[in-house]
Design a protein around this ligand. Structure first.
Ligand SMILES: Cc1cc2nc3c(=O)[nH]c(=O)nc-3n(C[C@H](O)[C@H](O)[C@H](O)COP(=O)(O)OP(=O)(O)OC[C@H]3O[C@@H](n4cnc5c(N)ncnc54)[C@H](O)[C@@H]3O)c2cc1C
Ligand SMILES: *[C@@H]1O[C@H](CO)[C@@H](O)[C@H](O)[C@H]1NC(C)=O
Ligand SMILES: *[C@@H]1O[C@H](CO)[C@@H](O)[C@H](O)[C@H]1NC(C)=O
Ligand SMILES: *[C@@H]1O[C@H](CO)[C@@H](O)[C@H](O)[C@H]1NC(C)=O
Ligand SMILES: *[C@@H]1O[C@H](CO)[C@@H](O)[C@H](O)[C@H]1NC(C)=O
Ligand SMILES: *[C@@H]1O[C@H](CO)[C@@H](O)[C@H](O)[C@H]1NC(C)=O
Ligand SMILES: *[C@@H]1O[C@H](CO)[C@@H](O)[C@H](O)[C@H]1NC(C)=O
Length: 423
């Protein structure tokens, strides 16, 4: 089998040296983009940067509702510790715009429809429908692309307790790495169910010591049983660290002081932020409805999050529990040609460095996949589709193998020798 393939290649390669038969090596420009990236947070931007560096034609479409949009400063991102998220994106965009093959647009992708690839049949192809805001007003566009990266992010599900959403991300935080250091050693409240109290306290144990767990009516036998099963001795452990459990219902949270007041020196990665809140409590079981107010400097929360966009699920991307776009280690979803990066994917890692890593990784694998598809397409043109159809295995070969087969048995000094593999 291999011998006959090699022979076939040699015979067809002969046409390469004839001046009339040189095939057009470029794909006809019938597909708008190599890749469309949905979402312009750090994941989408990292993917766009990677694709720009290898001159892929890519478009990023962003609806601009970033998960950390409300936070004061972004932390724990090397070289950018303490800058605003908006500055970070601005700086990234500024650098990426110097590359010519990629572009951005404001807009919302509403639909992704897989279709038949008109250029290289059998490979991925999508029509992407987007509502775009152009200079002449809003318009709906249909764009075609070979690959899609979903970098659509997550949204935090914040309970409706008055004052919580209003003050979110400014003294009420969910991520110790992001905002803990600015509120270290301040009186802290945990906002979580009883079964999350131990885990939450362990996360901030190096930052705060005056801690009350506001479990909001979840100090019940059921939740206690969950704790007993997960960590026998939990109550003693919390008591040992003076963590009080406050079971009364949280009525409201009111800001008393804004920790962003005063000067934030932008040259300093971390500046203490002195927020202050009133948390109002009521005992729902005693009928008297006697209210009590505690003051805390900072709250650490344990709330759920969900997909910002239903686009992935609607397109048929397999969802891993808990509501994440399922990916393999190369950020590929179950749909050929669709990748997912950043908070939205199933890596279970939700921070800016992960968003950048996964966006970059998606770009790398997608670029290689495109090159591989193109190489198969080129060989098909050289050898005829019958050949490729017959050997379906061939489609799966990597570029290095194809290179070797193209070289066949030619010696290094042979005119047909293409040299060593050099992607
Ligand atoms: C309060 C807070 C503070 C944080 N602080 C830090 C920190 O200090 N350091 C850190 O490392 N991490 C921090 N994080 C986590 C960080 O925000 C996320 O990890 C990061 O934003 C993930 O990047 P992403 O690109 O995946 O998603 P996002 O940044 O959320 O971006 C997703 C983008 O996709 C867009 N989008 C969604 N659907 C569509 C669609 N259909 N069409 C077009 N666009 C679409 C959205 O509008 C959004 O612009 C913080 C999070 C919160 C909530
Ligand atoms: C587009 O413009 C409309 C109003 O003109 C606005 O409501 C919407 O948020 C804009 N969308 C984006 C993605 O900029
Ligand atoms: C895109 O949206 C951002 C806000 O998200 C806005 O600042 C910017 O001006 C918009 N750009 C265009 C070209 O509409
Ligand atoms: C507290 O519990 C009530 C219902 O018992 C709920 O409506 C509210 O969202 C909860 N608040 C928080 C902060 O968990
Ligand atoms: C905690 O509050 C809930 C709801 O009000 C109540 O059912 C439960 O008995 C309380 N637990 C304790 C230990 O008082
Ligand atoms: C709530 O009221 C009940 C009934 O009076 C009482 O047993 C319980 O200790 C109270 N809980 C708190 C936290 O004050
Ligand atoms: C993410 O979490 C889910 C549910 O807990 C788990 O099934 C999955 O394996 C995790 N993924 C990774 C990459 O750890």
């Amino acid at each position: 089998m291999y011998l006959s393939i090699a022979l076939l290649i040699l015979v067809n390669l002969a046409s390469l040296v004839s001046p009339v038969a040189i095939p057009n090596k470029r794909l006809p420009p019938r597909i708008d983009y190599d890749t469309i990236i949905v979402g312009g947070g750090p994941a989408g931007l990292a993917a766009l940067s990677g694709l720009a560096r290898v001159r892929r034609k890519a478009l990023l479409i962003d609806s601009g509702e970033y998960r950390n949009g409300l936070t004061r400063n972004m932390h724990d991102v090397l070289g950018h510790d303490g800058v605003t998220p908006a500055y970070f994106r601005h700086s990234a965009r500024g650098q990426i715009t110097t590359y010519k093959t990629v572009s951005f647009t404001n807009g919302t992708v509403t639909k992704i429809t897989p279709g038949r690839n008109p250029v290289s049949p059998g490979t991925s192809f999508f029509t992407v429908t987007a509502d775009l805001n152009t200079t002449v007003g809003p318009t709906t566009k249909q764009l075609t692309t070979r690959k899609v990266i979903l970098a659509t992010g997550l949204i935090d599900v914040i309970p409706s307790t008055p004052g919580l959403a209003e003050n979110w991300a400014k003294g009420i935080y969910w991520c110790p790495w992001c905002d803990g250091h600015e509120h270290a050693d301040q009186p802290m409240g945990l906002l979580c169910d009883l079964n999350d109290a131990v885990g939450a306290f362990r996360e901030i144990i190096t930052l705060n010591s005056d801690v009350i767990a506001y479990v909001n009516g979840t100090d019940t036998p059921e939740y206690r049983a969950l704790n007993d099963a997960a960590f026998p001795g939990w109550e003693k452990y919390l008591a040992e660290h003076n963590v009080k459990i406050e079971n009364r219902t949280i009525i409201s949270i009111k800001r008393v002081k804004d920790g962003s007041e005063g000067v934030h020196d932008p040259s300093l990665p971390s500046t203490a932020e002195f927020d202050l809140f009133d948390i109002e409590l009521a005992n729902k079981t005693d009928g008297n409805d006697v209210r009590e107010i505690h003051q805390r400097g900072v709250f650490f929360t344990s709330f759920p999050s969900k997909q910002r966009s239903s686009l992935g699920e609607e397109t048929g991307v397999y969802m891993y529990s808990p509501g994440r776009l399922g990916v393999d280690q190369n950020m590929r979803t179950n749909i050929d040609g669709i990748y997912a990066a950043g908070d939205a994917n199933s890596d279970n890692s939700t921070n800016v460095p992960h968003a950048m890593y996964s966006g970059k990784r998606a770009a790398v694998f997608l670029h290689q996949k495109l090159s591989q598809e193109d190489s198969v397409w080129e060989v098909t043109r050289l050898l005829g589709s019958k050949f490729v159809k017959k050997g379906t295995r061939f489609q799966k070969l990597d570029p290095r193998l194809i290179w070797r087969m193209m070289n066949g048995r030619s010696r290094e000094d042979d005119i047909l020798h293409a040299g060593d593999f050099d992607p």
